[in-house]
Ligand binder design. Structure first.
Ligand code: AKG
Length: 305
């Protein structure tokens, strides 16, 4: 089961999702895909995540426990996104014909004390509107409850609520009216909380509206994870006022379908017009935007100290 892209390369295959998995995803907002990634993928990615961890966010030397949009500069992550086995199960879960790649994000939780991730849902962080949006998270080592396993509030993607975008670095603006997050930890017995212990190669596929987070890493193993984020047919660009989020320029305006070299179509096939440049080599971020990003990040770090 391989689909040829215009660029002549193929997406790796994974088994089709079962009807039960698709129904679980619709009801709970999250499913666990055991063995989605081969040991070869895990080995290749683990090496790159170590390098990213050393080089800091976007290679700036600033260590903030992760990075993002690495696929634009890192060839292993590029190939993982464009040719790996993630896109097909995501398209099946979202029931979409067209699937675009949104971005990748790396999360490093240092052993014996890496900070947890506050409860949040992803949608309100992003310049998007639409319902067919999902992420796939995988870690390079076995993940245990004490080792910062992800937790999800089952069904919270169906609550019809948009919550304040609160990440590890605090609250950020959204493109929508948002409300305060419920105190999930104080009322854990009122929610159906799902979590999985994982082996390398296992992955969690989850809806952009589901509340999720992770507790601090108290295990003796650093947890290196990568999430890839995907959009389907009904998703449109919706800028967040006053926020320049992307460090790479693009032509999308409010209401546009997701497309272009920053957010390329992956299924039904890659398009040379969108991925040709990236297949020819890394694409550096815009220097002015990168400088502004670094200045603002340093400011936030100083303010938090
Ligand atoms: O790895 C984590 O702790 C957070 C991951 C997450 O929130 C995400 O991938 O959306």
């Amino acid at each position: 089961m391989q689909s040829k892209s215009n660029s002549g390369q193929s997406q790796a295959s994974y088994r089709d999702l079962t009807e039960n998995e698709i129904a679980d995803f619709a009801r709970d907002g999250v499913i666990c895909l055991r063995g989605l990634y081969s040991s070869e993928w895990v080995e290749r990615l683990a090496k790159e995540l170590d390098t990213i961890r050393e080089r800091g966010v976007l290679g700036t030397g600033i260590k903030v426990d992760g990075s993002y949009y690495e696929w634009l500069q890192n060839d292993v992550i590029r190939d993982f996104v464009l040719f790996g086995p993630t896109a097909k199960p995501v398209a099946q879960a979202l029931s979409t014909q067209r699937l675009n790649f949104f971005y990748d994000q790396v999360f490093i939780k240092e052993k014996l004390g890496g900070k947890g991730t506050p409860w949040h849902h992803d949608h309100t962080f992003w310049p998007l509107e639409g319902s067919q949006i999902a992420s796939v998270w995988t870690a390079m080592e076995p993940v245990t409850a004490s080792g910062s396993a992800l937790e999800f509030v089952a069904g919270s993607h169906l609550w019809g609520k948009k919550f304040e975008a609160v990440g590890v670095g605090g609250s950020v603006p959204s493109n929508d009216k948002v409300e305060a997050l419920p105190d999930i930890d104080a009322n854990r017995d009122q929610y159906r909380i799902l979590s999985w212990e994982l082996e390398p190669g296992d992955a969690l596929l989850f809806n952009a509206m589901i509340l999720h987070g992770s507790r601090p890493n108290s295990a003796a193993l650093t947890r290196r994870a990568i999430t890839t984020r995907w959009t389907g047919d009904d998703v449109r660009y919706k800028p967040i006022e006053g926020v320049v989020r992307e460090l790479w320029p693009h032509d999308l305006k409010g209401g546009d379908a997701i497309s272009g070299s920053l957010y390329p179509q992956i299924l039904p096939c890659l398009l040379d017009a969108e991925v040709g440049q990236r297949l020819n080599g890394p694409i550096a971020p815009d220097a002015v935007r990168l400088e502004a990003f670094v200045t603002s990040l340093k400011g936030r770090i100083a303010a938090a100290m």
